[in-house]
Design a protein around this ligand. Sequence first.
Ligand code: SF4
Length: 190
Amino acid sequence: TEKDRVDPALIDDYSRKHFPLCMRTMHEVLRSTHHLKHHSRVEYGLFLKGIGLLYDDAMTFWKQELTKTADGDKKFEREYSYCVRYNYGKAGKAVNWTPYSCNKIITSNVGPGEHHGCPFRHWDAAILKQKLGEHGIGAEGIIPILDLAKGGHYQIACTKYFECTHNQPPVMTINHPNQYFEESVNLSKD
Ligand code: SF4
């Protein structure tokens, strides 16, 4: 079935209410620095496509942010716009790529200055703890989430994060960022 189109103007609000921590993080980095490295643009771009951001809207969305820096215009034409076309199967191998699963994100390599990856797997415990607090989670949630992350149970930690931020658990253990999004949106429709 055809996905409902997501209004790009709602993305900021959705990022706070419905995005998993991995995607919310990339969104916030993009908004604050007007830049994301290649792997993040692919990963976050495919997630946005998965929630219903159409091709033309995606081009506008990325262009608005990425051209805010000094050499952004040139880079957008030369490099960044290709990434948007690629994500939507309009360049390169012309594959209609699907958004990455948690497993793929968790097992990816994240280098310095990169923001893709799973926060429960790739972040320092101290940074994770701080972010959880900023997102309104109390000690009764932070402690088990940090334990789960430390024990390598990243998706269960994410499921607990969902529970703490929605006052109820998701229907299924989180295994895909777009599943997280859909479960969160469904709750807000009740
Ligand atoms: Fe994102 Fe999946 Fe990690 Fe949750 S478990 S933060 S959805 S990669």
